[in-house]
Design a protein around this ligand. Structure first.
Ligand SMILES: NC(=O)c1ccc[n+]([C@@H]2O[C@H](COP(=O)([O-])OP(=O)(O)OC[C@H]3O[C@@H](n4cnc5c(N)ncnc54)[C@H](OP(=O)(O)O)[C@@H]3O)[C@@H](O)[C@H]2O)c1
Length: 250
């Protein structure tokens, strides 16, 4: 892999951690990570940073637009260099208060709002605040972690109302952004990436029905994502692809 500058958002994610691991194998790669988590105990400031020779980490207090803009001011002030790829990993399927719905009776307005905030609004705020900073002459791949369950034509099993619809909405937003970028930021290629079922905390409660050989390690997914990102041409379109690089129907 060629030397690259990468920004990883939502870097506590299992897939993000594997991306970081893979990227740091090449000592010429530079990586910046952003997450609500880090080793520091203090969460009083909205943004904190730590640095090694190869990677820098920024802790963000929350994903409000003000916090996102503050962290981007620090990142782009700290390094005026170009990013070859930006990878947005945020995604919520379940937590203490959110459970994916088996049936419409399970639907909860507040859970739906939380899922939409993490899976749709958060990536959108990042892209809004990144767009002018990423615009330039060199190619930038903007990879956003989506999911095949966001495909309306692929929905055969039902259930998971909030998560499914959040990923469908995310895909529509990415398609719309790709159209806008094709006019005013032609160097940015947008990719909605489906990792496949990956062995992380997100999929943990749902792994028992995964067919043999279909539960991927974060390492495998990270390798696939990085290869697909690197090889994808900058064509002014959104690509909705899986870990094999194969297109997924809307
Ligand atoms: N694992 C799978 O099987 C699978 C399958 C299809 C698609 N995906 C997608 O792949 C992406 C990464 O998944 P993963 O399996 O690596 O997930 P994970 O290990 O559970 O990581 C969760 C990610 O979501 C963010 N997040 C969680 N709760 C949040 C909240 N309340 N507000 C803002 N951000 C929040 C975290 O950001 P912080 O770093 O700030 O904590 C982190 O980036 C997600 O978009 C997911 O939908 C995963």
């Amino acid at each position: 892999m060629k030397n690259s500058h990468t920004l990883i958002i939502g870097s506590s994610s299992g897939i993000a951690q594997a991306l970081l691991y893979e990227l740091t194998k090449n000592k010429s790669n530079q990586i910046i990570t952003v997450s609500r988590t880090d080793e520091s105990n203090s969460s009083l400031r909205s943004v904190q940073s730590s640095q090694s020779s190869q990677s820098s980490h920024f802790k963000i207090k929350d994903y409000s637009e003000g916090s996102i803009d503050s962290v981007l001011e620090l990142i782009f002030g700290y390094t005026s260099r170009h990013f070859d790829q930006v990878i947005i990993c945020n995604g919520l399927l379940h937590d203490d208060s959110v459970k994916p719905e088996k049936r419409i009776d399970d639907f909860s307005e507040s859970a739906f709002n939380q899922v939409m905030k993490v899976n749709v609004i958060t990536p959108m705020l990042w892209i809004k605040n990144l767009a002018s900073r990423l615009k330039g002459k060199q190619a930038t791949k903007l990879v956003v972690l989506s999911a095949r369950v966001g495909s309306i034509s692929d929905n055969r099993l039902g259930g998971w109302y909030s998560y499914r619809s959040s990923k469908s909405a995310l895909n529509m937003i990415l398609k719309t952004i790709a159209i806008e970028f094709s006019v005013k930021a032609k160097n940015i290629k947008v990719i909605a990436f489906h990792p496949g079922t990956t062995d992380t905390s997100l999929s943990k409660p749902f792994q028992k029905n995964v067919p043999e050989g279909k539960l991927f390690s974060p390492k495998f997914v990270a390798e696939r994502l990085l290869e697909i990102s690197q090889n994808m041409p900058v064509d002014g379109k959104l690509s909705f692809v899986d870990w094999q690089g194969e297109s997924i129907d809307w």
